[in-house]
Design a protein around this ligand. Structure first.
Ligand SMILES: [Ca+2]
Ligand SMILES: [Ca+2]
Length: 219
């Protein structure tokens, strides 16, 4: 192995050990967890490392639905009494067609690749404590009291990648919630149809290669 390859491999190793999130909450007021005081999605993400890249910038945004052909999801953290029962999934916007991605028994580090079947507008949901009757949606107006039950962060350095931090108690029902938004934290990457331009360029490149080979063969 030459020296350049060794140096490249070593720098990869160092990149892998230096990963951290930089969280911009843009003024959103998180609470302090009832069962884990002074903890919320902001403090949890600041203490987590991500295998997908180093020093990732997370900007909190108000997205409620996404468009794509599929999604890759991974559970980053679950800090909740309901963590062994809460399920997570996706649905086509405007429908009750719910598709579970993670079962309650799934925990930190569990990942899944989902195919929507076609280009689709979708939202995500949780069933807190596994109870469909208490379902919460990324679309706030589908929640019982129109509350924002999920904090959505855009991962600026990664393509179509978001982190969803869920609050599993209805913020305006019963005793309200603690607003820690770390009860289930999931990273999702939305898969897109490759842009026609990219495919066309790839095709042109291949065509060029074929023509060059023919020319070479003929000469
Ligand atoms: Ca779980
Ligand atoms: Ca909570």
């Amino acid at each position: 192995m030459n020296r350049k390859v060794v140096v490249a491999l070593m720098s990869l190793l160092f990149v892998g050990s230096a990963n951290a999130y930089v969280v911009n909450t843009n003024g959103f007021a998180f609470g302090s967890s009832w069962d884990n005081p002074s903890s919320n999605v902001d403090t949890v993400l600041n203490s987590l490392q991500d295998e997908a890249g180093d020093n990732l910038t997370l900007n909190m945004i108000s997205a409620e639905t996404w468009s794509g052909i599929g999604a890759t999801s991974v559970i980053l953290e679950e800090l909740a009494g309901y963590k062994n029962n809460t399920t997570f999934g996706w649905y086509e916007q405007g429908t009750n067609n719910f598709n579970q991605i993670f079962a309650g028994a799934d925990g930190k580090g569990k990942s899944a690749v989902i195919d929507f079947g076609s280009m689709m507008d979708i939202g995500f949901y949780i069933n807190p404590n596994g109870r469909a009757a208490n379902r919460m949606f990324t679309e706030s107006d589908r929640n019982t009291h129109d509350d924002v039950q999920v904090a959505v962060f855009k991962v600026e350095e990664l393509v179509d990648t978001y982190i969803l931090g869920w609050e599993d108690l209805d913020l305006n029902g019963g005793n309200g919630g603690d607003r820690d938004y770390q009860d289930m934290i999931v990273r999702v990457q939305i898969a897109q149809v490759p842009e026609p331009g990219t495919v066309a360029l790839l095709g042109l490149g291949l065509l060029g290669l074929v023509l060059a080979r023919r020319k070479q063969a003929n000469s």
